[in-house]
Design a protein around this ligand. Structure first.
Ligand code: APR
Length: 250
């Protein structure tokens, strides 16, 4: 495994694939201004990951909501898709990839134009009442209240994304596994591979014979275990190179 392979080899794999999927992590959104969770300047170096622990949220909703609002609504809210998100939407539009499986909750793939997006950890766009199941659009709820309450039952609303200790949304999980089992190519962008069961998705594809392209400035848990073509670099830089190559070749 060289430290970094060539974009050409990745482009050949994409052109020869029949069922390619993308698997993205927080790293694809870093160049949209959303810090990663881990690594230098990661969110977990500034905030206690416990704010996203389900039991902690129910025990200390006021403290949890204060940090959740700051990170996921005040800060994330203004982020825009970058050229890597847009490149994946273009590849789907050209029928060169079938779906994006993302660990991200920032909605940037959908905003970029991707249609088939499986949100493994849910999405910060919606809030849900754990008590009665009522759903709310986060943008229509006043998050300046100490804790947002359900209009129906006055329960404390929760962002509709997966907390630590919470089971994964079955539909997204099921669609992701089905896609991984069919895939003959996975393009991993910006993930440490440290969080399960999400990080099993590329492994499932690999076990079914898929080739794995990985884009990341750093090596990850995928690099020496499942990756076939490691493109060391930022998501926008590498994806722009891939799109340019493909336009030349198709
Ligand atoms: N382009 C591509 N990758 C990048 C970039 C970039 N510009 N900048 C950083 N990265 C890489 C880092 O090298 C790292 O491998 O993105 C990854 C970010 O790591 P994490 O923040 O741990 O992201 P991820 O692996 O997706 O975390 C999975 O952890 O806390 C949970 O639910 C949360 O979905 C998240 C999950």
């Amino acid at each position: 495994m060289t430290t970094s392979d060539s974009v050409d080899s990745a482009v050949e794999l994409i052109l020869n694939s029949n069922f390619a999927i993308a698997f993205t992590g927080a790293g694809i959104s870093v160049e949209s201004g959303i810090p990663p969770f881990r690594g230098k300047d990661g969110l977990w170096s500034k905030y206690d990951p416990n704010v996203l622990d389900l039991n902690n949220f129910f025990l200390f909703p006021v403290e949890s909501w204060k940090v959740i609002k700051e990170i996921f609504y005040d800060f994330f809210g203004s982020a825009k898709p970058n050229s890597a998100h847009i490149a994946l939407a273009e590849l789907e539009h050209r029928k060169m990839i079938k779906a994006v499986i993302t660990q991200n909750i920032d909605n940037l793939h959908t905003i970029a134009g991707s249609k088939e997006v499986y949100e493994f950890h849910g999405n910060s766009r919606m809030l849900v009442c754990p008590n009665c199941g009522e759903n709310y659009v986060a943008a229509e709820v006043d998050l300046n209240e100490i804790v947002p309450l359900c209009n129906k039952c006055h329960g404390v609303l929760k962002p509709d994304f997966i907390f630590f200790g919470e089971s994964i949304t079955t539909l997204a999980y099921q669609k992701s596994v089905e896609a991984a089992e069919k895939a003959d190519l996975v393009i991993i962008i910006g993930s440490t591979g440290e969080v399960t069961p999400a990080s099993m998705i590329p492994t499932i594809a690999k076990q079914n014979g898929a080739k794995i392209i990985e884009i990341n400035p750093e090596r990850s848990l995928f690099t020496d275990s499942v990756t076939d073509v490691f493109l060391q670099g930022k998501a926008t830089v590498i994806m722009e190179q891939i799109i340019n190559e493909l336009k030349l070749k198709v």
